[in-house]
Design a protein around this ligand. Structure first.
Ligand code: HEC
Length: 209
């Protein structure tokens, strides 16, 4: 292929679609039927194990309906999170059905909200998808902004360097950091607004480890 053609293609497809192609080719399409069956059976453990065996997070049935769409229909936050984390396209749509359309059809508003939170928490402003985790995204923020006052010596139950402690008090953390904004105390550690949003999104998406 001529270099100029290649460059033109790169411009056309953009880096985003290249990343998605990588997902599509790095996975095992032959596990798709098993994946869809596990989702239909609401078996999130099986879904996780199939994903770790290489099942395609963007696998679809013969009509193009994606695994993520089935998981949204099941209203299963764990399955939605696992699929998005594995690269499932949150903007997937066929002529008749889309991921976000299905979220909006959920009758129970609280379920709808947490599902949408889980999906949106994982999409940044450039449309890149990622999964907020305590280890990757949140513990560095807590270490910089909270540990000075919240540590094992002060009180193990409010030691935010410990995932279990932070998870147990996630509603309180949400309230103080993202609603009342009275933590960090007098913002002595200069927590930024962007960090507050990340903490809120992490809690909104289930406060995963
Ligand atoms: C300068 C010290 C200081 C910093 C920094 C600080 N806190 Fe606190 N925090 C306190 C003190 C003192 C209390 C107990 C009094 C209170 O609840 O207001 C507290 C209480 C809390 C509580 C209530 C715990 C409970 O069980 O009632 C939460 C939640 C909390 N902090 C979250 C955070 C988070 C998250 C951070 C970092 C983003 C943070 N704090 C940073 C001093 C601090």
């Amino acid at each position: 292929m001529k270099l100029r053609t290649l460059l033109a293609m790169l411009v056309l497809v953009g880096t985003g679609s290249l990343a998605q192609q990588a997902y599509a080719t790095d996975c095992s399409p032959d596990l798709t039927a098993d994946l869809l069956a596990a989702i239909s059976a609401d078996d999130s453990g099986k879904v996780d194990s199939l994903i770790s065996q290489g099942a395609c997070a963007n696998g679809t049935d013969s009509l193009g309906k994606s695994a993520l769409m089935f998981a949204v229909e099941k209203q299963s936050l764990p399955m939605v999170s696992s699929l998005v984390n594995a690269g499932a396209d949150v903007k997937a749509a066929t002529a008749n059905v889309s991921v976000l359309g299905l979220v909006n059809q959920i009758a129970d508003p609280s379920q709808k909200l947490s599902m949408a939170d889980a999906i949106f928490a994982m999409v940044d402003k450039n449309g890149r998808v990622y999964f907020l985790t305590y280890t990757r995204n949140i513990s560095p923020i807590f270490a910089a902004r909270c540990t000075m006052c919240h540590n094992a010596q002060m009180n193990p139950a409010t030691n935010w360097s410990d995932y279990a402690a932070a998870f147990n008090k996630k509603e309180l953390i949400y309230n103080r950091v993202a609603v009342k904004h009275d933590m960090p105390m007098q913002n002595m550690t200069n927590m930024t607004q962007a960090e507050r949003v990340l903490v809120a999104k992490w809690i909104g998406s289930g406060a995963g480890k």
